[in-house]
Design a protein around this ligand. Structure first.
Ligand SMILES: [Zn+2]
Length: 461
């Protein structure tokens, strides 16, 4: 298949699953197959009802969803767990450490350090005068180097041993285990990685900047003249030539949104953009690097969408290098983080509208068994708390699951800093809902109905 590496998804999985999955991959690579016993254990520890082939066989549908019942999760018994534990009984020693031993008449001490700047030290027994054989470097190194059962191995051994002294092996062993246990503890604390390349002078100019204009994204033809004061509107590729011409005639500045996902319609979209250019529209909204490239090849002006996941200054520098004129930054950033972004291209945020939560090729609605033919454009799925999430199904561009309520920052405009424009993103709203959102946007108010602040205050844990 030309695959160079495979990823084992271990998030939220128990250690036994990770061990069994890793062992299965190893076996499969080495022997071309997984033994029935290991396969059975893997099923037992994760899913009694078996596994899904994902997208690999080109079949989407109900069978793609791995479904786990409560019995599934509880079915693995202690015997299977014990069998799996055997797989990782022997800890792989993969972390190099440097030891430094010091022995003189007053005391003995050992220090261990890893490559990440973590270290730990232990004091040992008071050395005694050697009656027969004194402690030497060779014997000390041999004792300290016994790191079996830990993830560490000895890389360097420094020592100072005053002549004529000795220490029992038990004293050396005890210092080693104290050091390595201590080091393991220290290594559990994650140290923050400094946020690189925030250039103050850039940031300062952004800091107090207030959004001066707004843009609107439309997914249907219901576009009133109330938006004529926006600097730009984004419309989907579903808008035909006549609709686009009409919008231009009415005085809108129009950019075409390249779909976030394209399943076999890349050429169609490419041709659509060429026609659009002939109408006099030369701007696109690009939500992934493929779309950026497509627009570049057509010489179109590119606005970056939230799908580019621009979350830091480095990413904004990248966008600038690609010739992206301006961009919506990720809505997973907080307002505070957004205000500290550097870079020089203008940036914006989605401040109104339903945020997309998921984009999937496998439509969850069709799984009632009838297929997508019966999916209406806007549908809902209900989560375990009884909340309904709108789903828009369109096979060529994927199925989008939207948040149950819109994000609204209209009353928080004073807290939105460092950006150049706001975006109202419409997806399934009807005329009335659009009018209500616009009114709140203009008046700086919020509705009585439920709405959300998204992650703009909470951030991502
Ligand atoms: Zn569908």
């Amino acid at each position: 298949m030309g695959i160079a590496s495979a990823k084992i998804e271990g998030r939220m999985k128990r250690p036994e699953y990770v061990a069994a999955a890793t062992a299965a991959c190893r076996q499969s690579l080495d022997n071309g197959a997984v033994s029935p016993e290991l396969y059975g254990n893997l099923e037992a520890v994760f899913s009694r009802s078996g596994f899904t082939q994902g997208y690999y066989e080109g079949k989407t549908g109900l069978s793609m969803f791995g479904i786990r019942s409560k019995e599934n999760v509880q079915s693995a018994d202690s015997k299977i767990f014990a069998a799996i534990h055997e797989l990782y009984k022997k800890e792989r020693q993969h972390i190099p450490v440097d030891f430094a031993l010091s022995v003189d008449e007053q005391e003995s001490s050992l220090r261990v350090a890893d490559s990440d700047g973590n270290s730990c030290a232990a004091l040992g027994a008071v050395p005694e005068k050697a009656l027969k054989v004194a402690l030497d470097r060779e014997r000390a190194e041999k004792s300290i180097g016994k790191t079996g059962g830990t993830p560490f191995f000895m890389r360097n051994f420094d020592c100072y041993i005053k002549e004529g002294l000795t220490l029992p092996a038990s004293a050396l062993n005890s210092m080693r285990s104290q050091c390595l246990e201590g080091l393991s503890e220290v290594r559990k604390t994650l140290r923050p990685v400094p946020f690189k390349s925030v250039q103050r002078h850039e940031t300062d100019t952004r800091m107090n900047k207030k959004p001066t204009n707004y843009r609107v994204r439309f997914a249907d033809y219901d576009i009133s003249d109330s938006y004529l004061d926006s600097e730009l509107i984004y419309v989907t590729c579903a808008f035909g030539d006549d609709k686009l011409e009409e919008l231009l005639d009415r005085g809108f500045a129009v950019a075409v949104e390249i779909p976030r996902a394209m399943f076999g319609i890349e050429n169609k979209i490419y041709e659509h953009l060429r026609r659009v250019q002939k109408l006099g529209i030369n701007e696109v909204l690009a939500n992934n690097v493929g779309a950026v490239e497509m627009a570049q090849s057509l010489g179109m002006d590119i606005h970056g969408g939230f799908g580019l996941n621009l979350t830091n200054t480095e990413a904004l520098h990248w966008a600038e290098k690609q010739g992206i004129m301006d961009a919506e930054v990720s809505f997973e950033l907080t307002l505070e983080q957004i205000s500290r972004l550097g870079g020089i291209i203008p940036i914006g945020i989605i401040s109104m509208g339903r945020l997309p939560l998921m984009l999937t090729r496998n439509c969850p609605i069709q799984n009632d068994g009838k297929g997508c033919k019966y999916c209406t454009y806007a549908h809902t799925i209900r989560d375990r708390k009884g909340i309904d999430f709108p789903v828009t199904c369109n096979h060529d561009v994927g199925t989008e699951i939207l948040n149950s309520v819109p994000v609204i920052l209209a009353d928080r405009k004073h807290e939105v800093k460092g950006i150049d424009f706001e975006v109202i993103r419409y997806s399934i709203e009807d005329s009335r809902e659009k009018a209500v959102l616009l009114e709140h946007f203009r008046n700086g108010t919020v509705p009585k109905e439920k709405y959300t602040r998204g992650l703009y205050y909470r951030g991502v844990e």
